[in-house]
Design a binder for this molecule. Sequence first.
Ligand code: BGC
Length: 365
Amino acid sequence: MKKEFKLVTLLLVVMMFATMLAACGSSKKIEIGIVLPTKDETRWIQDEERFKAALEDSKYNTEILFSQGSSAKEKENVDALIAKGIKVLIICPFDGDAAAAAVEAAKKAGIKVISYDRLITKTDAVDYYVTFDSVNVGKAQAQYLVDHAKGNGQPLYLYAGAATDNNAFLFFQGAWEVLQPKIADGTFKVANSSEAIALQDVATLDREQMSKIIGQVTTNWDPNEAKNKAQTHLTAAAADGKGDVAILGPNDGTSRSIADVFATDGDITSYVISGQDAEKATIQYIIDGKQSMTVLKDVRVLVKDAMDMAVGILDGKTPATTGTYNNGEVDVKAKQTDVISVDKTNVKEAMVDSGYYEAKEFTGL
Ligand code: BGC
């Protein structure tokens, strides 16, 4: 009897401690909240990993939440972080326009908002923007296709990101700037977009014109959608749309699946395809000759910039910026980072010797 009593008391004490600990955990003060758009686009897993590494020795408490590709979930995440008392919000929106409501709630609560990688649009509730030079990403992709062009009237397949992502426009803007003169002079012939053909004499597209093309060739950043579109395009292509082709692949996830489709078409002799993000799977594809290039956006730098900015704000300093981006409502002060073009010729140096990835993660390097 006595022994049982002791055991019950012990159990009760343990349970009490567990409840206390759980309560402590949930009411822990968080100073910096980080919200990332989705785990389905592998780019953001890179960011999560790099944030975790950077947070290890931060003096401030942080929490990272994912929005699973849903603006409603994103708003819930932001509200939860506001309730936890954050002072700075680092947020990469799933949908740039839709995220306005979430950051407006944060602003109301006195929180400083840093838009991360993707700009939150049509609101004045964004204080800062940390980003890569996205126009240059598009230019680098296009320049690669131009540098490897195979002469007259080469079929050019265009693909783009999601229209809900402001970056998709910046990438396309940069790419078009470089490709358009080469379409106009007959080096390339657009093979999969009647809207692009209708606009092929326009050197600089406005947003509405870009929307028309992107509407036709969007992948929505989804590798499956990219694959289906590529299949449809190749099925519809005439003989002069095959042979040696150039492909504007928007990002590594979608570019790999587009490349796979082109690689299995017997009438495609060769293809050159761009990408971006320097994902591990793509680095292997580049080594294997299945994807031509990628654009390295060193996520370590972006994470560091965002964290330095957040810590600076918490320490009462004014963050250093390099320019501004208009988000349709205000000019947002921005810190911008440059990008690097990577292909077979510099893949080892840029991706492994630089310490970004380890050699053992790849075969045939
Ligand atoms: C990012 C890219 C990424 C894409 C899809 C863009 O906003 O800048 O790096 O590949 O979203 O997640």
